[in-house]
Write a protein that binds this ligand. Structure first.
Ligand code: ZN
Length: 152
């Protein structure tokens, strides 16, 4: 595994739309492993491939230690309710804001074996799913901020 370099706010890449994965190659599997290692190094709870400079629809999420979700071509298929909680992003270090998100979402994605599976998440897992899937469409949490974006 390898630690990948992060892409930071101001880099136009973060505003680009990522392409779907059409074939799960050894390179994609390596990317998943490297993204998980990179996310953990930075104490993040989610990472999208665009944040390491790869414009592919690949996401890793770990909101509970040891429970890593690997999502290839993830799609939100259902959502309900509303929450406003504090969010940050490894690509926008030192920035925080309350965001407007659904209370719960259902996401469909492929796992590393190319099998479709479904995740339902509320609370932090819901925010992480929404946040990372937004990255794949070139959106950042500051776009859905409620009130001021705080800087430290
Ligand atoms: Zn982010």
């Amino acid at each position: 595994m390898a630690i990948l370099n992060l892409v930071y706010e101001g880099d136009p890449m973060l505003r680009r739309v990522s392409r779907p994965v059409t074939e799960i190659t050894p390179r994609i599997l390596q990317l998943l492993d490297d993204m998980t290692e990179t996310m953990r190094l930075h104490n993040g709870c989610g990472l999208a491939a665009v944040q390491v400079g790869i414009l592919r629809r690949v996401v890793v999420i770990e909101v509970e230690e040891g429970q890593v979700y690997e999502l290839i071509n993830p799609k939100i298929v259902a959502w309900t309710g509303h929450q406003e909680e504090v969010e940050g992003c490894l690509s926008l270090p030192g920035k925080w804001a309350h965001t407007s998100r659904p209370a719960a979402v259902t996401v469909k994605a492929l796992n590393r074996y190319g099998e479709e599976y479904e995740i339902r998440g509320d609370g932090l897992l819901c925010r992480a799913l929404c946040h990372e899937i937004d990255h794949l469409d070139g959106k950042l949490f500051v776009d859905v901020a409620v009130g001021e974006v705080e800087s430290k």
